[in-house]
Design a protein around this ligand. Sequence first.
Ligand SMILES: [Zn+2]
Length: 368
Amino acid sequence: MKLRTVFWIAAVVLVIGASSIPAAEGSLPIRGFAIGAPSPERVNDFIDFIEDELVPNNVNTLVLRVDFKYRYKSHPELRDEDALSKADVRKIVKACRKGGIRVIPQINLLGHQSWQSELGKLLEVYPDFDETPWIEIPETYQWPNADGLYCKSYCPLHPDVHAVVFALVDELVKVFDADAFHAGMDEVFHIGMDRCPRCRGRDRAELFAGEVTRIRNHLARSGVELWIWGDRLLDGTTTGIGEWEASMNSTHRAIDLVPKDVVINDWHYERADPTAPYFAAKGFTVVTCPWKLGEVAVTQIEDMMRFRRSSTPEMRERFAGAMQTIWSPAGDFLDQYFGRVPPVENEYGGDPVECARTVLEEFEKLDE
Ligand SMILES: [Zn+2]
């Protein structure tokens, strides 16, 4: 081969190689949005939001918190009021599929079995599953309180709890035709309690990891991926992140005990705490999650892009993306997002609706 030919081949290879770099740098594989399932009468409105806002802004993943708002056939006794029908769900799934969005249904497992002065459906119907049956739900909820009650948990060692919750999980996965399921598992304050006859004296990290692994193994049998929030796997004391976005109840060592194919949603709402590399270095796929501050969200997204650029090939794909979270009811969010009601002050500060707009704008700039 002549030297000139070698030169031209080399030049073409270089040009092709170089032109592929910006595309790789400009993409995040997961561009997510997490929100509560709409009530049945808001399904059409919600589908308009999917088609007019999520799809055009490059969102490709929708985590939908369903909990007990589905008309479960396996356990009709666990249906909340205002539950979605199968036809409602199929409409949402169809709109998402048409727009190239992967839908991941969520039921809060382990923790979040109550909210302030309201007991969740699972413990209302099955009080035996309560990790802390001696703690009563107060009429007027206040934090902090003497019981350390944020949300109730179910006992992960109760012999009957998994038959019930896995029936719900299986039903949702089926109706959503999902290849991933979100089990929540954030902010579990009550775990391994001294007065629980099954859990007392047990290591809390092992209890938490045991529950994650059990759910993961159940899903893995049908090829379904498990997603969870990441806070219980971070050490709140050493990092200074504290008891909400990280753990102060000794669960953080579970990070070395749970299977690496669990996808971690690393949520930070006040600062862009750079904990994603910690999860990635442990072998987990990680998605960064903002909520209420646009500038924090932009930093989180930029960080993920930078981590992808500056990492080894082994680490790069684990920095999978970002997901905006919305914690107000879907109908309220839609009314605020579309300006049908005046802006509502968020009691925790910041502006989730504005943050959602910012994140969607950031996603829109990314390559598909
Ligand atoms: Zn227990």
